[in-house]
Design a protein around this ligand. Structure first.
Ligand code: PLP
Length: 407
């Protein structure tokens, strides 16, 4: 079936009545049915150029042949033997991921929050075993680590503050790019420091590379674990396989999600040999390391590390940054933030939601992580022509909404 056709099979018939779904977020009044590469189609057959890509998830675009073929092949071989047994796909993928990251051991999860929940547990275990019961993990204002109770507690998102009280204790908040604020929070109960190298949900706010270096030095000096949440930045998103590589540092623990599965539910918790201190019974889960997802993870890792791939990501990033700078200058907007293909445009005024809706109506999907910013997180395989097409639509939208943006 071509990507532009909508299947008439009853299995694929699209229901536009969404009332049976819990209404947990404001969503536009469309139902998507299929996608290919940088494009998505809704149930009415309207085509969209997608620079959201599952929330920085589809590293190889929508429905890539590589993932479809890997899933089909693996599904006919072995889906889940039980987490009580090893399987060839999780062994192979863990070995490859450890080699690619420089970390030693891997625990696979089904989501980013689950990987972070595991990282928090691992740090607390390390504190119990090696640091006299220390359990506090310094996290950051503006940070986002997921929606389990512990990861919401670790997050520094304002909107979470009053939710689901009482929170899980032990996450004092420092200020990103302010090393003194981190140092001031270190005490006898501190076991680690946890952050996203680029705060994605806060609006693409990068930790500076020198701040990451300083954090590494501070953590080592105090015997603390440096925990990097690379769920949004990892797997090539910033032009390096992992963003910590841009800073030339090494974390003790790293979490991955989103891009690692190219769209399938997969995450990972990685640790150095020293930090990897779980004992039997501490960690587990039914789907952890299932071969169906791990086969896809291996295929995505192979693709992202194939010769020239990351170089192309950096080149596309340059193209997108330059185009956004041109649009920003033309429409009197602010700076571009981010690294690689995780970029944001500062709008200077809180018109993000209106621009996102106007762009959608014009066939472009973008996101506004905070009211005064637009975020761009396209497929890592986006082409120069697709970037140009996206910028043409955005230019039209900004011109039409000039009075809103003040241009
Ligand atoms: N950490 C970061 C940095 C994220 O961006 C996200 C999701 O947006 C998460 C954790 C949570 O991942 P998931 O939604 O897969 O649980």
């Amino acid at each position: 079936m071509s990507a532009t056709q909508i299947s008439t099979s009853p299995l694929h018939q699209v229901a536009n009545d969404t009332s049976a779904l819990m209404d947990i977020a404001a969503r536009p009044p469309v139902v998507f049915s299929h996608g290919k590469g940088s494009f998505l189609w809704d149930s009415e057959g309207k085509k969209y150029l997608d620079l959201v890509q599952g929330w920085a998830v589809n590293s190889l675009g929508h429905a890539p042949d590589l993932i479809a073929e890997t899933l089909a092949e693996q599904a006919s071989r072995l889906i889940t033997p039980s987490p009580a047994y090893h399987n060839d796909q999780s062994v192979g993928f863990a070995t490859a991921l450890a080699a690619a990251s420089g970390l030693d051991e891997v625990f696979f999860t089904s989501s980013g929050a689950e990987a972070n929940e595991g990282a928090i547990k691992l740090a607390r275990k390390y504190g119990a075993k090696a640091k006299g019961g220390a359990y506090q993990i310094i996290t950051f204002t503006g940070g986002f680590h997921g929606r389990t109770l512990a990861t919401m507690s670790a997050s520094g998102k304002l909107a979470f503050e009053s939710l689901f009280e009482p929170k899980v204790p032990g996450f004092p908040k420092a200020t990103l790019n302010d090393i003194a604020s981190v140092e001031a929070l270190i005490g006898p109960e501190t076991v680690g420091i946890m952050l996203e190298p680029i705060q994605g949900e806060a609006g693409v706010i990068p930790a500076s590379l020198s701040f990451l270096e300083d954090l590494r030095a501070l953590a080592s000096q105090h015997g603390l674990l440096l925990i990097l949440d690379e769920i949004q930045t990892g797997m090539g998103r910033t032009g390096s396989l992992f963003d910590f590589m841009n800073a030339g540092i090494e974390p003790d623990i790293m979490t991955l999600g989103k891009g690692i599965g190219g769209g399938v539910p997969l995450g990972a918790l990685l640790a150095t040999k020293t930090a990897s201190c779980f004992e039997y019974g501490d960690q587990g889960g039914t789907y952890n390391g299932n071969p169906l997802m791990c086969a896809v993870g291996s295929a995505v890792l192979d693709a992202v590390t194939s010769p020239g791939f990351l170089n192309t990501v950096s080149m596309r990033s340059d193209t997108l940054q330059t185009a956004l700078e041109t649009l920003s200058a033309k429409h009197g907007l602010g700076k571009i933030r981010g690294r690689g293909l995780l970029l944001a445009l500062d709008l200077k005024t809180p018109v993000g939601a209106d621009l996102v809706e106007a762009a959608r109506q014009n066939g472009l999907l973008i996101n506004s992580p905070r009211p005064d910013s637009l975020r761009f997180m396209p497929s890592l395989t986006i082409t120069e022509e697709e970037i140009e097409e996206a910028m043409t639509i955005l230019d039209t939208v900004l011109s039409t909404h000039g009075s809103m943006t003040g241009s």
